[in-house]
Design a protein around this ligand. Structure first.
Ligand code: ZN
Length: 438
């Protein structure tokens, strides 16, 4: 396999230490060299082209970036897009999801997951924190080549159901996931669909296996009420399904979901949580203390009426964040640059007015997502030494190219104009998506 040099008028590397890069890692007239699937050189185009004279040369128009990292999705729900436009608010929506799931066949899960992976790749996303609830969804995503983690979901169990059935099912799904090339993780779904015992046991099982974890936290006001008082629409749903959950029998715990999850061993540097909409300042400080990053999903929260995540606060306080599209069942697209625009606009609305806003939102869909997944090169517990989200020596050779203006601030250009404009996606040095010019 010969090396390939990719050059472009603007290369966003996210690594300020690269030759010719500015403080945000941008190289005007830059080049990246990929050999055997890994980045072996980055710098000014004329230098890397001269240095790697025998390599193949691809000169791109537009802005060349690392492949994007989606910090929260359920690719297997690609076929549920009609639910995102149903107008249902959070609790009736999740009840619909629970019902609908029972009618979906193995073949449908596989096909839906395959189309989700395809939509991610063609929008420039090369790594996904993907929650997998049904085993047939695992193989198509592994085959797609997408990086990231398939988090096997533990969904819906009280103490008895966990011990008698779900623990075995989740263990089996973890075995299948770990036998595949894509990295496996564990996802205890939430505080309102699992008993305390079931939640803690699933976390422990993942840690015994050395896996990272990812869970839903503080998504809706209904969840806040459920944890604090053991009442509300989510208590009604659990009772209706027949889950005997502690919050209901105890009349709530009089604290926030974040405090509750911490008590159930659910936070840590090997965990990232999705949503974090209803996290107050103390909750956010606790998440930072535990080293737990938050995958923010602004568009999904809006569609389900879950509220507005305090993204300006997360940014101002220096919390580690990524962005997630969530699934097509609650989101208009799997395009992370569309998500980034919504997140940027919400931060502005919430009063974040520093000039680094576009750059920081950009970081959330690249290096921030890599941090969420333990794929930022730190080799954390449950992670690997693989690095994504930055074009830097030794990182995986995953690139995206966007047809956006190259004569202005590249972060604003990508966020304002990048959605739907991915013209090429490269995975480990191989093109997996190409769109010809118009
Ligand atoms: Zn989710």
């Amino acid at each position: 396999m010969t090396a390939t040099v990719h050059t472009a008028p603007v290369v966003v590397t996210n690594d300020p230490l690269n030759a010719g890069a500015d403080e945000f890692g941008v190289i005007r007239g830059g080049g990246v060299v990929i050999d055997h699937g890994v980045i072996v050189d980055v710098g000014p185009a004329h230098e890397v082209v001269a240095k790697h004279a025998s390599a193949k040369h691809r000169d791109h128009a537009g802005v060349l970036t690392p492949g994007l990292v989606n910090a929260h999705s359920h690719l297997q729900y690609a076929a549920y897009a009609d639910l995102a436009s149903s107008g249902l608010p959070f609790s009736p929506w999740i009840a619909q999801m629970v019902q609908r799931r029972m009618l979906t066949t193995d073949e449908q899960w596989a096909e839906s997951a395959r189309s989700g992976a395809y939509l991610a790749l063609r929008s420039g996303t090369t790594a996904v924190a993907d929650i997998v609830t049904d085993i047939p969804a695992l193989a198509p995503i592994a085959r797609s080549g997408l990086r990231g983690i398939s988090y096997v979901e533990a969904l819906g169990a009280d103490d008895q159901q966990w011990d008698e059935q779900r623990a075995g099912e989740v263990g089996n799904a973890l075995d299948v996931a770990m036998a595949q090339t894509r990295t496996a993780g564990i996802s205890p779904h939430s505080l309102y669909t699992l008993s305390r015992h079931a939640f803690t046991q699933s976390m422990r099982r993942g840690r015994e296996l050395g896996l990272r974890a990812h869970t839903h936290l503080a998504e809706s006001a209904d969840e806040v009420e459920f944890v604090a008082d053991g009442t509300g629409l989510l208590a009604d749903m659990a009772n209706g399904i027949g889950w005997k959950l502690d919050a209901i029998s105890c009349g709530g715990f009089a604290h926030t979901p974040t405090i509750e999850m911490d008590g159930l061993e659910g936070l840590g540097a090997d965990v990232h949580v999705a949503h974090g909409v209803h996290c107050n300042a103390a909750d956010r400080a606790l998440l930072r203390e535990r080293g737990t990053a938050v995958a923010i999903c602004v568009r999904s929260n809006k569609i389900l009426g879950a509220g507005r995540p305090p993204i300006a606060d997360y940014l101002a306080e220096g919390s580690p964040i990524g962005l997630g599209t969530d699934s097509l069942a609650s989101s208009p697209s799997l395009d992370l640059l569309e998500e980034a625009r919504a997140a940027r606009d919400l931060a502005l609305l919430q009063g974040y007015d520093l000039p680094d806003l576009n750059a920081r939102i950009w970081q959330a869909i690249t290096v921030g997502g890599a941090f969420c997944l333990g794929l930022d090169g730190r080799d954390l517990p449950g992670g690997t030494a693989d690095q994504v989200g930055a074009l830097t020596l030794g990182a995986l050779g995953d690139l995206a190219v966007f047809d956006v203006p190259t004569d202005s601030d590249p972060f604003a250009a990508l966020i304002d104009h990048g959605a739907g404009e991915c013209v090429a996606t490269v995975l480990g040095g191989t093109f997996v998506h190409r769109r010809s010019g118009r």
